[in-house]
Design a protein around this ligand. Sequence first.
Ligand code: TYD
Ligand code: MG
Length: 489
Amino acid sequence: MARTTVHVCSQCGFQSAQWRGQCPGCEAWNTLVEERLRAAGAERRGQGARLRVLGAGNGSGAPGRLMPRPLREVGTAPIKRLSTGIGELDRVLGGGLVPGSLVLLGGSPGIGKSTLTNMVLGHLQQAGKRTLYVSGEESAEQVRLRAERLVLDPAGPARASHPALSVPVLAETDLESILETLASEAPHACVIDSVQTLRSAELSGAPGSVGQVREVAARIMELAKARGIAVILVGHVTKDGALAGPRVLEHLVDCVLQFEGERERPYRELRALKNRFGSTNEAGLFEMRQGGLVEVLDASARFVAEATRSPGSVVLAAMEGSRPLLVEVQALVAPSELEQPRRVVSGLDRNRLALVLAILARHGRVGTGAADVFVNVVGGVRVDEPGCDLAVALAVASASRGVPIQSAPRACFGELGLTGELRWVGHPERRLQEAAKHGLGGVIAPVDSGAPACEVATLRDALALALPERSGEAKIRSISARPGAPTLA
Ligand code: TYD
Ligand code: MG
């Protein structure tokens, strides 16, 4: 039988008939990826085009010569979007699903990807659109059982006629059969759950291997673009986001959504990492309940109500894309038994914490060199902006001194510079408004933030305002005062 696939090194392009652990070309390990051989005709056509470009053709308008057009002559049709019926998801997508586009929905197992996509198709079905749910992971019965849980919502439509139960489902992993079904059904929207379970018979690799995942996505995309089908590809991400995961697809698809949160906690956050049809700043917040995912519209109110206001707790006025969000940042500072003390973060960047601790030690006289430091953004939310620095610093300082933030309830925001200054961050007026709306006054903010804020220029000033030192308190200030421990204070 003629060979139909080839293994190509993803680093140097070396081609080999068999798979090898190490590339003979560049000696890199695990870089050979199986690819379908292009038909000989297509190859030759490609070469012809290249020759013409180089001037080797006859130049007399050879067949296949293309005419570039000025941009202004390129027609643009307004994008008609499909509303998913889930406001938070529509917002993250930039207004809804775009027909003919591919959306990759990544997230760790059990986070709720299948639940979300089930709900989307249910809503679309209800809106009179044709849908298709392809499940390579679960049997049709399992999909139905999940859909039944979504139907339990007493406020929703009656059970028998519930749109979630009229979504057509296909439990299949063979790519070629799926493509054929997709072409004949021509749904408005289709979910592939998950891209790692599908397998093309034309490649020998196992489902989920880089070659297979790429092939599956590329062939589905070809069909989706041709037929104007909006496709959501579900993909699992491992903790490090690597191994044959959907990372290899990021450049191919139009939109990459990341569904994150902690499995044990109810809050889930949906973020766009890439979006050809919208902004990547938006984030949607959901809560996993018995009847499925529920949009959280009053997140700030909940987080502020839950804030403990004990030592180590600070409310941060953060921005989630274009939307302000009040979250509680908690810190715990405890003497460490370890040579190299722990730095544990959740919902924050670990390097950011290291930076803030260094600035605190140098400019705030709060040393944590011999202490374990834990910092958590409560509720499983992730804050990915420089404006969180001040909140982290105040939470750690408050935890380290064992003193709550003074004249609470108050919030804060601002970025810390390496010389201990507090730097301006975007949208101060919206952050202040949000804080005021939830009854938080005296917001500590950088200079130029606007009217109701307590503007401060440096970390030192912020500490003086939030944690005024009383006599005698300095003694318990820093755990790094342990004998023999390195200290900067
Ligand atoms: P699932 O969507 O299957 O996760 P994924 O596809 O990302 O692997 O759902 C994960 C969890 O959600 C599962 O443990 C059960 C829970 N769940 C609810 O709490 N309520 C519900 O209504 C549904 C459908 C699921
Ligand atoms: Mg699933």
